[in-house]
Design a protein around this ligand. Structure first.
Ligand code: IMP
Length: 441
């Protein structure tokens, strides 16, 4: 049995949903540990496309237990929509979905505060998804948040809601000049949500500890990516949770000593949504080419993603912060048409060569990428399923990236569907999930 964390190594949208989907047949439990419905994990099953926001993508495999951990912030209306749409498409939730009683709620005033604060920030705005995720984590840290368990106790819920509304309305009215909320307009719908969600709300940390002790295999499904982490990302242009591997322990209650490994997920190039530094960003036609081929538009907001070359400085940083044992590299086929591919190996800053990610705003604003040029393979890799079927130049590209970041690749994705996947032999993945070997044959 293995307990493995899956973490994005860039700015999110690395294709973690597909990687988790490929690995789910080999595990018993999939758990989300942070973030909220700002995430959009796209999974293609046959001809059907699913975008999961709060529910772990493992839910698409019958019988897998899926947990929304205590580190997640949950918008109940959005979660119920997601649940209903899955049920309509034949997915069984009862007995498979468990929601932590300690997960914090996104309340209607959180998206309102999110949008109002973004508008006030002007050119320093973060470019949030507007889902209220940041303000919900603010309340959690300020110890005024409302948790799933509170939703099940009408008196307590009303008491906490009244206290919050009084404060939030002042903020909305006096600081942001924005519309306010009435207790009753929130209470009614939230009590209805409580009725809906009650059967799923439980002590998921206790469940997980029992399942881990019983030898169940667990995937911890990270949302967003390393560079959006609240401590280790490009602060303040980040999301408000611990997206990195450390968050898996605090966001679920599984101790670090019970977690066996970390799988990083990286795209063969880089993207970012929202504001903030992106040293290898491309402009104009070059960016448009990658955006169009990679369908680089936000799964949740539809925003066009900023696109750029693979940044090995970011890659090495992600390896260091998360302790990746191995990496799954996605969307290799998006680069099929490029005659030349650039890889950033370092940054130049005021005459210095930086090989480590400069964790400071004043530096990254000025740092210029230093590129190594590789020749493209200019032939289709879409749907290729074995390493030996890849063009030699594509293999050279993979070898060079792996060398630059310092860990082996164990899975290469060459298309959106499950089977468009290359599994590398004798990798950490096959050690963690020995049954994967049969998929290689
Ligand atoms: P928030 O998480 O909505 O507060 O947004 C903060 C930053 O994280 C913004 O730059 C968002 O674009 C980015 N972000 C949040 N969720 C995702 C995601 O799932 N993929 C990529 N970027 C995200």
């Amino acid at each position: 049995m293995s307990t493995i964390i899956v973490v994005g190594s860039q700015w999110g949208d690395e294709g973690k949903g597909k990687v988790v989907d490929v690995l789910t047949p080999y595990v018993d439990v999939v758990v989300r540990y942070q973030g909220g419905n700002n995430a959009g994990h796209t999974v293609v099953v046959g001809r059907e496309k699913f975008v999961l926001q709060s529910i772990p993508s493992g839910i698409l495999h019958p019988g897998r237990r899926c947990i929304i951990g205590c580190g997640v912030v949950v918008d109940p209306a959005s979660l119920i929509d997601e649940m209903e749409s899955l049920v309509q498409r034949g997915v069984v939730l009862d007995g498979n979905l468990f929601i932590s009683k300690n997960a914090h709620l996104i309340m209607p005033y959180h998206p309102a505060l999110d949008r109002a604060s973004e508008a006030k920030l002007g050119k320093r705005r973060i470019g949030t998804t507007g889902k209220g995720v940041g303000p919900a984590y603010v309340d959690k840290a300020a110890r005024v948040g409302i948790r799933m368990a509170d939703l099940l106790d009408e008196r307590l819920f009303r008491e906490k809601l009244e206290a919050n509304i009084a404060e939030k309305n002042r903020l909305l009215r006096e600081i942001y000049d924005a519309p306010t909320f009435a207790v009753e307009e929130i209470l009614g719908p939230y009590l209805r949500y409580a009725g809906w969600l009650a059967p799923y709300i439980t002590d998921t940390a206790l469940l997980l500890s029992r399942w881990v002790a019983a030898g169940y295999s667990v995937l911890f499904e990270g949302a967003q990516g390393t560079m959006l982490d609240i401590d280790h990302g490009t602060y303040p242009y980040i999301t408000s949770s611990s997206t990195t591997a450390g968050g898996a322990a605090t966001g679920t209650g599984v101790p670090p000593t019970r977690i066996h490994g970390v799988l990083g997920v990286s795209k063969a190039y880089a993207t970012r949504v929202g504001g903030g530094p992106f040293p290898t960003e491309l402009q104009g036609e070059a960016a448009e080419l990658i955006r169009a081929r990679g369908n680089e538009y936000g799964a949740v907001t539809g925003r066009p993603r900023r696109c750029g070359w693979f940044d090995a400085v970011v890659g090495r940083y992600a390896v260091r912060i998360n302790g990746f044992d191995t990496i799954a590299l996605t969307k290799l086929d998006v680069l099929d048409d490029c005659d030349v591919i650039l890889v950033c190996t370092a940054y130049r800053y005021r005459g210095d060569l930086l090989t480590e990610f400069p964790d400071e705003e004043r530096i990254w604003n000025e740092a210029q990428p230093v590129y190594e040029e590789m020749s493209g393979w200019e032939t289709s890799t879409a749907g290729v399923r074995t390493l030996s079927d890849l063009p030699a130049k594509a293999r050279q590209y993979l070898d060079r990236l792996s060398e630059l970041v310092g860990v082996p690749f164990s899975l290469i994705s060459t298309g959106a569907v499950r089977d468009d996947t290359i599994l590398c032999e004798d990798s950490p993945l096959t050690r963690w999930f020995p049954a994967l070997r049969s998929a290689l044959l």
